[in-house]
Design a protein around this ligand. Structure first.
Ligand code: ADP
Ligand code: MG
Length: 474
């Protein structure tokens, strides 16, 4: 990929000046995070980490990622409604992975009772890296699709303005004018508002289900404030609050201390650590309710890494999306090599291949949130240990994507200004609303570019590894 800012990236004086302007611009624009010391107070806040310079992204791949997003929305929605597929695909995983098993139990329980929910809202983010082929042409490769709590759509709605200013300061006004507008906050709020409207009760609120530790609150506020401006009331509650205040009426409408809830937007609930028995009970209450869950538990399961791996198997997409050959072709063109480690010949062969050549692969457990994958020597050691045990099936194996690094500066509060070799990950937000069987909204809602230094194999912005960025199309 073109090194876009070759002339300025080594100019120490220009970089120092631009960085000072950039940090203040981020604060002014609201690219903010609470501090680790005071994660639940807004008295003193920091800028969220971001790159000094926008990163070059090949225009064709950027457009490809946008063009396939509605297809991915359709696919996730189809998987979430296909009980047979989810049961078969996750059968081996739930034998060994307690967290997925527990989610699955709730899924089955609500199906057996009969769904009260009739309106469905999906907000997802499909993440990609640009794989550098031998001939030097980059290809779009999906890393994963996040179907629950996909974050940074709010803050990233404000980063393009910051980078535009930085480029102006660096004497690159022509390039500054080419940065694309981007407003996922608005697009996601539109989906939530549509779901709220179809739920059909003016009095009912949208409930953001939030973490105990709320460092990333400003990202969520961007979406909340869009809803308030549409005169939709928003409340922020934790699982614990649901356990204490939540109830269902005879038609399974959800109430929080007497206040009806139309939409539950989860920004929490995707890692096992948050669930004690009371929080599991709260989750079950929400899933049984008529409220629109974003996502419902079936859609959360549709986003598991095991499902991703099975989707790449020959013939699976054709079964899930009959009558959509073009969508299938667009989706498949983004897949990297994905391999099952289930018990049997195929799994044995892949385990042996990965042990022999660990640098070719990434080993992934059924977890979200960054920092869980295994690479290189560690991958080899773990696979050696579990290769003959059922535990192997709690992982999938994926080809490692190798993007072309570029120089940039990662601006973080209290960190020295230094140049790093960086790679980027592009996310496209998707939003859809379904009423009964009819899809009434299906769109791409904006993008997120995250960039990290190459020494980190894993991890996102919240994990403290990647930072916010803006694509500069080349
Ligand atoms: P999580 O659910 O934890 O976000 P991901 O599948 O997104 O799991 O992996 C976390 C990070 O690991 C990604 O953001 C990316 O930086 C890196 N990663 C994941 N898969 C690959 C891959 N196949 N090749 C290279 N890097 C990868
Ligand atoms: Mg990820």
């Amino acid at each position: 990929m073109a090194a876009a800012w070759q002339d300025v990236v080594r100019d120490a004086a220009a970089v120092r000046e631009a960085a000072a302007v950039a940090v203040d611009a981020a604060l002014l624009a609201g690219v903010l995070m609470r501090t680790g010391e005071q994660p639940n107070a807004s008295d003193v806040v920091n800028y969220a980490p971001f790159t000094l310079l926008p990163s070059a992204v090949p225009r064709a791949l950027f457009e490809q990622a946008y063009a396939v997003q509605q297809d991915f929305n359709l696919l996730v929605d189809a998987v979430s409604q296909n009980r047979e597929f989810l049961e078969q695909t996750l059968a081996s995983t739930i034998k060994v992975d307690d967290f997925t098993a527990r989610l699955f139990r709730i899924y089955k329980q609500v199906l057996e009772e009969g769904l009260a929910q009739t309106v469905f809202l999906g907000i997802n983010r499909s993440d990609y890296m640009f794989d550098c082929g031998l001939e030097g042409t980059a290809a779009l490769r999906q890393i994963e699709i996040n179907t629950i709590a996909a974050s940074f759509g709010g803050l990233t709605s404000r980063t393009a303005d910051v980078h535009r200013l930085v480029l102006n300061v660096l004497g690159k006004s022509e390039e500054a004018s080419q940065l694309l507008p981007n407003n996922p906050a608005k697009g996601l709020a539109l989906g939530i508002a549509k779901a709220w409207e179809l739920y059909g009760s003016q009095r009912a609120v949208v409930m953001f289900l939030v973490e105990d530790v709320q460092r990333n609150i400003f990202d969520q506020r961007c979406i909340e404030n869009e809803l308030w401006n549409r005169r939709i009331r928003v409340v922020r509650k934790r699982f614990r609050d649901v356990f204490e205040q939540g109830s269902l009426d005879a038609s399974r409408r959800l109430y929080m201390d007497g206040q009806e809830v139309a939409v539950v937007y989860y920004r929490e609930g995707y890692v096992p650590q948050v669930y004690d028995e009371q929080n599991w009970e709260a989750r079950l209450l929400l899933e049984r309710s008529r409220a629109v869950k974003c996502p419902d538990i079936a859609t959360q399961l549709a986003g598991t890494k095991k499902v991703q791996q099975e989707l790449s198997r020959q013939g699976t997409l054709e079964k899930l999306l009959p009558g959509h050959p073009e969508a299938i072709a667009r989706i498949r063109a983004t897949f990297a090599g994905l391999y099952s480690l289930d018990e049997g010949e195929e799994g044995d062969r892949m385990a042996a291949t990965a042990i022999a050549d660990p640098d070719r692969f990434v080993l992934k457990p059924q977890r979200e949130g960054g920092g869980n994958n295994l690479y290189g020597e560690e991958l080899r050691e773990v696979l050696e240990k579990i290769k003959d045990s059922p535990e192997r099936t709690s992982y999938i194996l994926m080809d490692k994507i190798r993007p072309q690094p570029a120089l940039n500066y990662l601006l973080r509060a209290h960190s020295p200004l230094q140049v790093s070799e960086c790679i980027s990950e592009l996310g496209i937000f998707g939003v859809y609303v379904r009423q009964g069987r009819e899809l009434v909204l299906n769109r791409a809602a904006g993008h997120l570019l995250r960039t990290k230094a190459i020494e980190h194999a894993d991890g996102g912005v919240a994990a403290g590894v990647a930072v916010l960025d803006t694509p500069f199309l080349v």
